[in-house]
Design a protein. Structure first.
Length: 51
């Protein structure tokens, strides 16, 4: 999974945003996961360009 490639502090931020959301709605959960993956990919792209 993309998130495993992120630095620990970035994974913590993603995890924290998930814990503050409504986890009972399957549509909301899917949207949160999709957003987390998209954000992780964006961060990895930025790190790869900078590195």
């Amino acid at each position: 999974m993309v998130c495993k490639e992120l630095p620990q502090h970035q994974r913590d931020l993603i995890n924290q945003s998930y814990h503050h959301s409504d986890k009972d709605d399957p549509k909301r959960i899917k949207m949160i996961i999709q957003r987390a993956v998209k954000d992780a990919e964006w961060i990895l792209d930025k790190v790869r360009v900078a590195g």
